[in-house]
Ligand binder design. Structure first.
Ligand code: NAD
Length: 351
């Protein structure tokens, strides 16, 4: 049995590929290798003979059809996407191209493939659309998103993911394609491209650079360790009911400023600064992100109830392990950031 993972050279996709490969699952990674895709993320797989890498753009219809007919996948985990909100503010078009048009290409290929199957291969085929809680817009001080929350995306990134979720659902309803949708909160862990808050903070701190915090840092995000997310995706794939949406979360709500202070406190113990000052002194409040959502929080009760979902990491253990990983993998960090200077983007000045 072979599964496809799109975006498998990215942060979450590579965690999923490593997990499936370690279990002896045959996996085809389909990845264009944008700035965020990194072959280093897939180095050292325990079963390299079970892993196939296809450097392909998901918008390339002919290439995607070739991949379907070559590998005859039993299931598809679709993670390939433009994923950074700040980049979507400066330049929305690539987000529509990959996240919307690319998803459509994959769904059309999946539908043709599925229609040609029979027996258990047909009943067991699944296309899993991996998405974000950002499609639901922002919450006030209380309440949590669940599977019935209305879609109210506020950034071009969130709007593009919302559109792709709707396409997946529509292919389920209109054509009967067995789709699944997951919406998850902010992921953290190893191999995350250092434009995102946690690796950016850690790498800047280690170099004595300022630690930018948008606005007053009061926005709340619901954090989950990437390995827990990967485990949840596999659980949904194997046990989820076709046509259903599952929200994935680890009850890890945290204000951005508190998260950055926690990272500084961990760094203070692991790599104390000369003179004994805390890394927290490097925090700098900068202009807020345009349209910045105030709060996201996920109610994972449906996944817990129906699938037995439980995360393994609490935020404290997960953050410590993550900081340690970036400390232990300076070569990965150097190579990943070779063409990226960590300067501020996403103010929408060009719009
Ligand atoms: P990432 O940016 O680290 O990785 C995305 C991967 O997709 C990269 O390897 C990139 O090369 C590839 N890719 C981009 N455009 C492509 C194209 N046109 N064709 C083929 N490959 C392409 O992103 P991530 O953080 O790993 O997110 C993966 C998925 O999970 C995305 O769909 C994202 O919306 C979703 N998600 C992310 C988070 C999060 O906190 N990071 C939370 C919830 C959901």
């Amino acid at each position: 049995m072979t599964v496809i993972v799109t975006g498998g050279a990215g942060f979450i996709g590579s965690a999923l590929v490593r997990r499936l490969n370690a279990q002896g699952q045959r996996v085809v990674t389909v990845d264009k290798l944008t700035y965020a895709g990194n072959p280093d993320n897939l180095a050292g797989l325990p079963h390299p003979d079970l892993h196939h890498f296809e450097q392909v753009d998901i918008c390339d219809r002919a290439a995607i059809r070739r991949i379907y007919s070559t590998y005859r996948p039993a299931a598809v985990y679709h993670l390939a996407a433009e994923s950074h909100v700040d980049r979507s503010i400066d330049s929305p078009a690539p987000f529509i191209e990959t996240n919307v048009n690319g998803t459509l290409v994959l769904l059309e290929a999946a539908l043709d493939h599925w229609r040609g199957l029979d027996g258990t291969a047909k009943t067991q085929f699944r296309h899993l659309q991996v998405s974000t809680d950002e499609v639901y817009g922002e919450l006030g001080a209380t309440g949590r998103f669940d599977e019935n929350s209305p879609y109210r995306p506020n950034s071009p990134y969130a709007a593009s993911k919302a559109a792709s979720d709707h396409l997946a659902r529509a292919f389920g309803r209109t054509y009967g394609l067995p789709i699944l949708v997951t919406n998850c909160g902010n992921n953290y862990g190893p191999h995350q491209f250092p434009e995102k808050l946690i690796p950016l903070t850690v790498l800047n701190a280690l170099e004595g650079r300022r630690l930018p915090v948008y606005g007053q840092g009061l926005q709340v995000r619901d954090w989950i360790h990437v390995e827990d997310h990967a485990a949840a995706l596999q659980l949904v794939m194997e046990k989820g009911r076709a046509g259903e949406t599952y929200l994935i979360g680890a009850r890890g709500e945290q204000r951005n400023i508190d998260l950055v202070n926690r990272l500084c406190a961990i760094l203070d113990t692991l790599v104390p600064r000369q003179g004994g000052a805390s890394y927290a002194e490097l925090i700098e409040f900068v202009t807020d992100r345009p349209g910045h959502d105030a709060r996201y929080a996920i109610d994972p009760a449906k996944a817990e109830r129906e699938l037995g979902w439980q995360p393994r990491y609490d935020l404290d253990t997960g953050l410590r392990a993550t900081v340690q990983w970036y400390l232990d993998n300076s070569v990965w960090c150097r190579r990943a950031t070779a063409a990226y200077d960590r300067s501020r983007i996403g103010l929408g000045a060009a719009r």
